[in-house]
Write a protein that binds this ligand. Structure first.
Ligand code: PRP
Ligand code: URA
Length: 214
């Protein structure tokens, strides 16, 4: 499903994703189930987001004959979780593309201004030649997503996608406008932000729920 007339936004509209997001929202869902759900949703979203993953022909011997058949060139793919919560999506992608490389961007929202503060960046070499998929379950004001993409672009990245599980309209609009060249995949579009810039109805603090820190 498209969002308004933004060509670069895809809102996943699938019963499996909807069901799993409902389980994520439930405040009674514990850390272990929450982590599994985030992983599974990332995997389901990747089915759509990875539509143009680079393929190379490999030779394979079937029981009948030898042929050339396409295989994923995983080394060309870099997944970049935004710390901390994005880490929860990494295994879901690695289940599908085990040899995808992993970069990390550490961002933390300032508790007063809600602006992102960058505290760590480590990306693989030759980022300009790779497909970079940035992972963060929550797109609230959009500040962190915009900053994460700025960070990858500043290091030469040009082929970038962004995957989140829940987005607020405010953040989605800001991100889609700031980076019209980046494909954005959203598990569900929620209603709005509250006064603390948390997503409503949302699921609370994704990092805390994944890592059990509250
Ligand atoms: C959360 C979330 C995003 C950001 C979204 O991270 O994982 O990175 O907030 O908010 P925004 O769209 O308003 O920028 P947080 O800064 O809480 O860090 P954490 O994952 O370490 O808890
Ligand atoms: N970060 C979260 O983890 N949840 C929100 O609702 C907003 C930002």
């Amino acid at each position: 499903m498209r969002y308004k007339n933004y060509e670069n936004v895809v809102i996943l509209d699938h019963p499996l994703i909807k069901h799993k997001i409902t389980r994520l929202r439930d405040k009674e869902t514990g850390t272990s189930e929450f982590r599994n759900l985030v992983e599974e949703i990332a995997m389901l979203e990747a089915y759509d987001a990875f539509w143009n993953l680079p393929l190379i022909d490999v030779e394979v011997e079937t029981p009948i004959e030898t042929c050339k058949s396409p295989a994923i060139d995983g080394k060309k793919l870099v997944i970049v979780p935004v710390l901390r919560a994005g880490l929860g999506m990494v295994n879901g992608i690695h289940n599908l593309v085990p040899n995808a490389k992993v970069g990390h961007i550490g961002l933390c929202r300032d508790p007063e201004t809600h602006e992102p503060h960058e505290y760590f960046v480590k990306l693989p070499e030759s980022i300009d030649q790779r497909l970079v998929v940035i992972l963060d379950p929550m797109l609230a004001t959009g500040g962190s997503a915009v900053a994460a993409i700025d960070c990858v672009k500043a290091r030469g990245g040009t082929n970038i996608k962004f995957m989140c599980i829940i987005a607020a309209p405010e953040g989605l609009e800001r991100l889609a406008k700031a980076h019209p060249d980046v494909e954005i995949y959203v598990g569900n579009l929620d209603r709005c932000l509250n006064d603390d810039d948390y997503i409503c109805p949302g699921l609370g603090d994704a990092g805390d729920r994944i890592f059990g820190t509250k």
